[in-house]
Write a protein that binds this ligand. Structure first.
Ligand SMILES: [Zn+2]
Length: 411
């Protein structure tokens, strides 16, 4: 009987909190892409449930408001999966329904002890426009262009907050960063609940921002990534729901795109990271080319031109393993490893490397990533020629390297 009471109070809380899609977005980042593309098929967050194809474009949430939050995918039975079961598939409650419900209740009623499930940057539920029609693309292009017109290089006198942001992280910007630029006063919009339960966009203000360009295969800009900061170069944090890092609505070709963080004339080695800060840290270590992906799940489909590079090294994040889930490995290492496998199988590169921090993250905590390790372990104080070796000693198996026959490995 108490279970029924629990599910009723959870349902009430869910309604009060704007429905299951909002709640799911607050509990986990796993379904962000489906939440932001409501009605459109996105890649299944559970590729291991699929045989061939990995569920690419198969996963979506029901568009029927009576079934909000119900997940539909070719790996699930016809009726789909209810929101709470979906969250359990993602690891909530360790397989225990009552525990999972209590977790949701705890988060929504704001009681303490559930802090590790609360995200302050829940994605905004957005209905997909499907195959973007030309007017939509034109409007998006106009918006991206308008932002781009306000950008200056990081070396520009007005870009001091941007340089401070990197300096405070211990990865000083000593030259311009290719496609990473600065906007002195970029609008920040946030969603505000209005009467009737819907949300509307409100302008919160204009703030300094580090703005990076995603380019597609052809080198065309397909989206912008923004990191909002303060005048002193700290992450902007003026309201609790602040989303410091944001992307705009993409143009076609966003999938597979990346941010060019460093491009060195004649360089035949490419380093791949998640995020521009890590990308810049790796460039400071190696002095070589770097591209950054938007998120770990975008790594898998990243486009890399094999004509341009002989060697690719992927710098993975180590997220806590999730033994309760079908896919045990944390997302950072899982998707980076997927990219590694893809590049090895596709061929074209003489050598492909996979670098994963050997330090095992403690439960519920994000492990130190490569940027943390580079800064904490003073890697930049080493001579350039020693830095990569120093990082190898911090990697699982000193890095995993695949090399095509008869090609010398990076020693
Ligand atoms: Zn699936």
């Amino acid at each position: 009987m108490s279970d029924k009471k629990l599910s009723e109070s959870v349902e009430d809380l869910v309604t009060l909190n704007g429905g299951w899609l909002n709640v799911i977005g607050r509990m986990t980042s796993t379904f962000d892409s489906a939440i932001q593309n409501l009605g459109k098929g996105v890649d299944c967050p559970f590729p291991s449930r699929h045989r061939k194809g990995g569920g690419v474009g198969d996963f979506r949430f029901s568009e029927d408001s009576r079934y909000e939050g119900r997940a539909i995918c070719s790996c699930m039975q016809d009726k789909g999966v209810a929101p709470i079961d979906l969250l359990m598939m993602d690891g909530l409650g360790n397989g225990d329904f009552v525990k999972a419900m209590k977790e949701v209740k705890g988060v929504l009623s704001g009681s303490s002890g559930h802090a590790n499930h609360v995200r302050h940057t829940a994605p905004v539920v957005k209905r997909s426009t499907g195959q973007h029609d030309p007017e939509v693309i034109e409007a998006r292009k106009a918006k991206l262009t308008r932002i781009a017109l306000g950008l200056v290089p990081l070396s520009h006198p007005s870009a001091l907050p941007g340089r401070e942001y990197f300096r405070k992280r211990g990865i000083e910007v000593t030259s311009d960063i290719c496609d990473v630029k600065f906007h002195p006063a970029l609008e920040y919009y946030s969603m505000k609940k209005v009467e009737g339960g819907s949300s509307k966009k409100v302008l919160l203000g204009c703030f300094p921002a580090i703005v990076s360009a995603f380019r597609d295969k052809q080198g065309k800009i397909v989206n912008l990534h923004k990191i909002y900061i303060t005048q002193t170069g700290d992450k902007l944090d003026i309201v609790p729901s602040m989303q410091v890092k944001k992307i705009d609505s993409p143009l076609n070709g966003f999938k597979g795109s990346s941010i060019t963080v460093a491009r060195v004339e004649g360089c035949r080695t490419l380093h791949v990271t998640e995020g521009v800060e890590k990308g810049w840290a790796i460039h400071l270590v190696t002095g070589e080319d770097v591209k950054a992906a938007y998120s770990c799940s975008m790594l898998r489909s990243l486009f890399i031109d094999y004509k341009q590079y002989d060697q690719v090294i992927i710098w993975a994040d180590r997220d806590p393993d999730r033994p309760e889930r079908e896919r045990i490995a944390g997302d950072g290492q899982f998707f980076a490893w997927e990219l590694y496998k893809r590049l090895c199988v596709e061929g074209g590169f003489a050598s492909v490397g996979f670098m994963l921090p050997s330090e095992i993250p403690t439960e519920g905590q994000k492990g130190r990533d490569w940027e943390d390790l580079i800064v904490d372990e003073f890697i930049l104080d080493y001579k350039r020629s020693r830095r990569f070796f120093a990082l190898k000693s911090l990697a699982v198996r000193k890095g995993v390297f695949y090399s095509a026959a008869s090609v010398a490995q990076r020693a």
